[in-house]
Design a protein. Structure first.
Length: 464
């Protein structure tokens, strides 16, 4: 019998043979609406490789990433220190996930993570941001003995059932009831918070210091005042830092922008992964953990099968080390300020551009109704079909003409959110501002992007 050599799994060969089927495979076996949406808006690109804040296609064209995988790629893609850490941990052949021992890596990562929030004492490691939020909800309800969680309108905390209960967007919640007993208040509304707390059944308030949907920061003083109110009524402040944490807003955590704020529970994920291994973490005060894990009988009352796995812990340790060594937080603050200032300077130049807001490298660009008759009629046409189409009209040429990947900040919002890798530099800022200016010039001069707008209108009407 002829020997054809060793048999086994060959990833490179598999991708070479079937990589071109990517969109067909998704259509047939996964969420079939994703490739349909990508084809419709012209985002059906084929990226061959990536490094830092950039992608390259098969022709060698360079794309600037201003999305960072929805914030996962805080250090950009394929950072060499994180890659080495993962190679090292795989080569170490550790006795991982035995479930009945205590490996050193989780303790070391918890120790390092807690140095950035010294008022907190313990960490639970899960696998995602939504799992970190689920942990916080469970811990808050058990530790306080109260059932109800408050959240803010327009909030996004994840899509599993518990996290969905504190999601401020009806479109995500519809059809999945009944959910947990939770109540929404407006971000910044202390009177509403006080009114709900007086009912005596509130375990806590979960809040994004800067909301991802629309990029709205909590009003100055709100978090501190909310914390005081919550503690008065023996309820907890839960800070969802899944997207805002680990340097995104120019401080390690976004809640640190407001002096005196010390959340009882903090949720992190996304960038802690280094873009490789899913990981989530819930940081909390000692008394909360000791109440949840009150005896040996309750040692596994809350756990995760893949929580604290060696690969995720190694990636997290490498990420935190890189952040310190390369001064990532300072870079996010510096480049974020530069980008926001340069974009804000365009507000008076374009009547369709209404506001630029945010902190660090979490920036919202909001569009609004123009004053001139010609532009107003076009704007009205888009709004009648579906709110948010103009923002999509900006996102598409940024990718197709300027090779810059961005996103609309949420459904039915005329806001583009910029959350690039925290390693972008001044050249990347200049590239984005130049491209954005060109797109806005085209919009105000009645250019080709309005033709695409008519296509989007037809698609929106067809989907009704």
């Amino acid at each position: 019998m002829k020997d054809d050599g060793p048999k086994g799994f060959d990833l490179a060969q598999l991708l070479a043979e079937r990589g071109a089927e990517r969109y067909e495979l998704h259509t047939k076996y996964l969420n079939h609406q994703l490739p349909r949406m990508l084809h419709t808006i012209g985002f059906d690109k084929v990226y061959e490789r990536a490094e830092g804040a950039h992608f390259w296609d098969a022709e060698g064209n360079d794309y600037l990433d201003m999305l960072a995988g929805f914030g996962v790629m805080g250090l950009g893609r394929h950072h060499p220190v994180v890659r080495k850490a993962l190679h090292d941990v795989l080569d170490a052949s550790l006795a991982d996930l035995t479930r009945f021992d205590c490996q050193p890596l989780p303790g070391l990562l918890a120790e390092k993570l807690l140095t950035h929030s010294p008022h907190l004492d313990r960490v639970f490691f899960g696998n995602s941001g939504t799992e970190a939020v689920e942990t916080a909800l469970k811990f808050a309800r058990y530790a306080t003995g109260k059932p109800r969680i408050l959240y803010c309108t327009h909030a996004f905390h994840g899509l599993t059932t518990g996290a969905l209960s504190v999601n401020g967007e009806a479109g995500f919640r519809d059809g999945f009831a009944p959910l947990l007993p939770d109540t929404a208040i407006a971000l910044g509304d202390l009177d509403a918070l006080r009114r709900e707390l007086k009912r005596g059944d509130v375990a806590g308030l979960v809040v994004e210091p800067i909301q991802g949907k629309g990029v709205h920061a909590s009003p100055p003083g709100f978090l501190r005042a909310a914390q005081e109110l919550l503690h008065k009524y023996k309820a907890l402040l839960i800070a969802d830092e899944v997207q805002t944490g680990l340097g995104r807003t120019g401080d390690f955590y976004a809640y640190q922008h407001e002096e005196g704020v010390e959340p009882d529970l903090v949720c992190v994920a996304k960038a802690l992964s280094g873009g490789y291994v899913p990981v989530g973490a819930t940081l909390g005060k000692d008394w909360i953990f000791k109440r949840v894990y009150s005896s040996m009988d309750r040692v596994l009352v809350h756990s995760a099968s893949f929580g604290s796995n060696a690969q995720a812990m190694a990636a997290g340790l490498a990420v935190l080390t890189v952040m310190e060594d390369e001064e990532i937080v300072a870079n996010a603050r510096r480049t974020g300020d530069l980008l926001r200032e340069r974009l804000a300077a365009l507000v008076g130049r374009y009547e369709l551009l209404h506001e630029v807001r945010g902190r660090g490298l979490m920036i919202g660009i909001e569009f609004g109704r123009p004053s001139s008759l010609k532009l107003r009629s076009r704007w009205t046409m888009l709004q009648a079909a579906r709110k948010g189409l103009f923002a999509q009209m900006v996102v598409v040429p940024l990718l197709q003409k300027h090779r810059i990947l961005t996103q609309v900040s949420g459904d039915h919002l005329e806001v583009i959110k910029l959350i690039p890798p925290l390693v972008i530099d001044e050249a990347d800022v200049a590239r984005f501002v130049t491209a954005f200016t060109a797109v806005m010039d085209d919009a105000h001069n009645g250019g080709l992007m309005w033709d695409f707008g008519r296509t989007l209108v037809k698609q929106a009407v067809a989907n009704r």
